[in-house]
Ligand binder design. Structure first.
Ligand code: KMT
Ligand code: NI
Length: 178
C-alpha cells in the first residue's frame, strides 16, 4: 500500500497521478479519515488464520471474490465507469487484494483526492459515508475479496449524497478527528 495526493491532471485515470514532487499520505493520516489497512499473505487466503481473526473481530461474515479483467467480468467497461464515479455507501467497503493491483481514491477532510495504491496482500476498509472511487492501474488486472458485515449491499450513491445518515455520521466523526 502506498498513498499520495493526486495531481490535477485529467489524463487517463489508470496513470498514477502523483504530484511533482510527490506528496505522500501516511497510514496514520488515512486512519484519521477512517480508512484502515492490513497487510496479509494472499497466497494462503483460503486458510489464513490472520484473515480469519480479522473477519471474526470485525464481523465480516460475508465474502466473495471478484476478478476485474476485460473478458472475465461481464459488462467490464460499464462497471469500471460506475466504479470511477465519485460515490459513497451506507456501509463500510472492505476489499482484500488477492492478486493484481488497483487504486482507491478517497476525499480527505479538505476534499482533496488521495490515491491509495493497493497490491496483492493489501486489505483496506473505507468507512460508510466517505466519498471515494475506484480504478484499475495500467496493469488492468485485479482479483479482490469483497467482505461485508451480514448480507451485502452494493448500492453506490453518487455525489451529491449528503442527505444520508451514514454521510452525516461520517462528517461529524471527521470533525471530531480534526
Ligand atoms: C466500489 O464500490 O467502489 C467498488 O466496489 C470497487 C470495485 S471492487 C474491487
Ligand atoms: Ni465504493
Amino acid at each position: 500500500m502506498e498513498a499520495w495526493y493526486m495531481d490535477e491532471s485529467d489524463r487517463d485515470p489508470r496513470l498514477p497521478h502523483k504530484k511533482e514532487p510527490n506528496e505522500p499520505v501516511s497510514p496514520k493520516e488515512l486512519k484519521r479519515l477512517g480508512v484502515f489497512y492490513w497487510k496479509l499473505n494472499a497466497d494462503i487466503y483460503e486458510t489464513d488464520p490472520e484473515l480469519q481473526k480479522i473477519r471474526d473481530e470485525q464481523g465480516y461474515s460475508y465474502m466473495d471474490i471478484i476478478t476485474i479483467q476485460r473478458d472475465k467480468l461481464p459488462n467490464y467497461e460499464e462497471k469500471l465507469k460506475t466504479f470511477y464515479e465519485e460515490h459513497l455507501h451506507l456501509d463500510d467497503e472492505i476489499r482484500y487484494i488477492l492478486d493484481g493491483r488497483a487504486y482507491f481514491d478517497v476525499r480527505d477532510a479538505d476534499e482533496r483526492w488521495i490515491r491509495i495504491a493497493l497490491a496483492k496482500g493489501d486489505l483496506i476498509t473505507l468507512p460508510a459515508g466517505i466519498y471515494h472511487r475506484f480504478t484499475m492501474d495500467e496493469t488492468n488486472y485485479t482479483k479482490a475479496m469483497r467482505l461485508f458485515v451480514g448480507e451485502p449491499v452494493w448500492i453506490a450513491y453518487n455525489r451529491p449524497a449528503d442527505e444520508y445518515e451514514a454521510r452525516k455520521i461520517y462528517v461529524s466523526a471527521l470533525r471530531r478527528a480534526a
